[in-house]
Write a protein that binds this ligand. Structure first.
Ligand SMILES: *Cc1c(COP(=O)(O)O)cnc(C)c1O
Length: 396
């Protein structure tokens, strides 16, 4: 997955353009720029590649989620439904706008279970946030139908699934808003960065203003701009955006390498009847950044994970025991360890999450995800696949 494996001349040239004129800021300083507007260029390229009308790039994926929530007018006491399996950024973004993250079970797609989502809706629910973990997606048609029925915002966290598609549409473009991360380990990286895509002119306009202190960006006179609403600073720098331009151009190549290596793993594991694969919704295409498998039970999955390491197959994850990605280990969230005081609404809302999520535990207890890298030769990939098979067979 990591796009940094493909850093080369292309990234260097884009960064050099910025260093040559010294303008690291995306706005203003026009006489010094030599025509270089890297953040703006990245936005144009991202909107084009993702087939949306608008794109806004920001300083991180977490910032993208935060800005997207703010654009949808989600604020104090509103509830946002999110999965038990994701990165901590999901609830951080929700909390940062004053809203309540409401955890919800996943199914064999390893993302939100539409039935569990429907059961979690209350009069306070404003948005549903599926997270397309490890390269594949939620059942978006079912989630969209639920959102339409209850007038909720569908916000796709596609931070780990850039380049995948659903119903022929790029992931992130199906919902009202979609978010990407371009942090250092993602498929497209800027070092640090993020993106929001949408077809809504209203949301795009709000994102543009909100991410830069609420400045209206009217005219070219910074300091004279007015503020239609409060904002924040989630701007990306020109240096980071420059790297992103070169990386995004490589996305289709990256996807083809990932698919090739993924298929080598998958074909090898198909010979083990005890191994099954994560369900990809019928009209979905993964971005192939991870191969996600189910073992017959939790005990075997734990042993298989250890055996993979012992067989030299690194970068395989057993998320069930992982502090970053699974709700069981989010003590700071569940015990409300906030530095400052949380609002009474958030404090009481968060209580909802202190319950068991048996369906999530049943799936995640059996799941192992293996990262698909870009730099492996075919020979190396074949060898890893053979080691995977040997490791898993050794514990069955
Ligand atoms: C990486 C990631 C984020 C956050 O992105 P940053 O750029 O690191 O802030 C959010 N959600 C998911 C699913 C991620 O993997």
């Amino acid at each position: 997955m990591p796009g940094f494996e493909l850093f080369g001349e292309e990234e260097r040239k884009e960064v050099q353009d910025v260093l040559d004129n010294g303008v690291l800021m995306r706005y203003g300083f026009d006489p010094m720029r030599n025509g270089h507007h890297k953040a703006l260029e990245l936005e144009k390229d991202l909107a084009k590649r993702m087939e949306t009308k608008y794109a806004q790039v920001v300083s991180s994926g977490t910032a993208a989620l935060t800005v997207a929530l703010a654009c949808a007018e989600i604020g104090a006491g509103d509830e946002v439904i999110m999965p038990t399996f994701t990165f901590v950024a999901s609830f951080e973004a929700i909390l940062s706008v004053g809203a309540v993250p409401v955890l919800c079970d996943i199914d064999d797609t390893l993302t939100l279970d539409p039935k569990a989502v429907e059961a979690a809706i209350t009069p306070k629910t404003k948005a549903v946030m599926p997270v397309h973990m490890c390269g594949s997606m939620a059942d978006l048609a079912a989630l969209k139908a639920i959102c339409d029925k209850h007038q909720l915002i569908l916000l796709e966290d596609a931070c780990q699934a850039i380049g995948g598609t659903y119903d022929g549409k790029p992931l992130g473009s199906y919902g009202d808003l979609g978010c990407f991360s371009f942090d250092y380990v993602k498929t497209v990286t800027c070092g640090e960065g993020g993106g929001i895509i949408t077809n809504s002119e209203l949301f795009a306009d709000r994102a543009h203003k909100y991410h830069d202190h609420g400045h209206d960006h009217i005219g070219n006179d910074r300091g004279a701009e007015t503020h239609p609403f409060l904002g924040y600073n989630y701007r990306i720098s020109e240096l980071n955006a420059a790297v992103g331009i070169a990386q995004l151009r490589k996305l289709d190549h990256t996807l083809s390498v990932q698919e090739k290596n993924y298929m080598i793993f998958r074909n090898a594991l198909t010979e083990i009847p005890e191994v099954t694969f994560r369900r990809v919704p019928e009209t979905g295409v993964e971005n192939y950044s991870f191969l996600n498998i189910f073992l017959p039970n939790e005990d075997i999955a734990r042993k298989a994970h250890k055996a993979l390491g012992a067989h030299g197959v690194d970068a395989c994850f057993y998320w069930f025991d992982n502090n970053w990605h699974y709700y069981k280990k989010w003590e700071h969230l569940l015990e409300q360890k906030s530095l400052g005081k949380l609002s009474p609404e958030v404090q009481s809302g968060l209580q909802k999450n202190n319950r068991s999520f048996d369906a999530s535990d049943a799936w995640m207890g059996r799941t192992i995800s293996c990262l698909v890298k870009l730099g492996w030769s075919e020979e190396e990939t074949q060898e890893r696949a053979a080691n995977m098979v040997a490791a898993i067979k050794s514990v069955l």
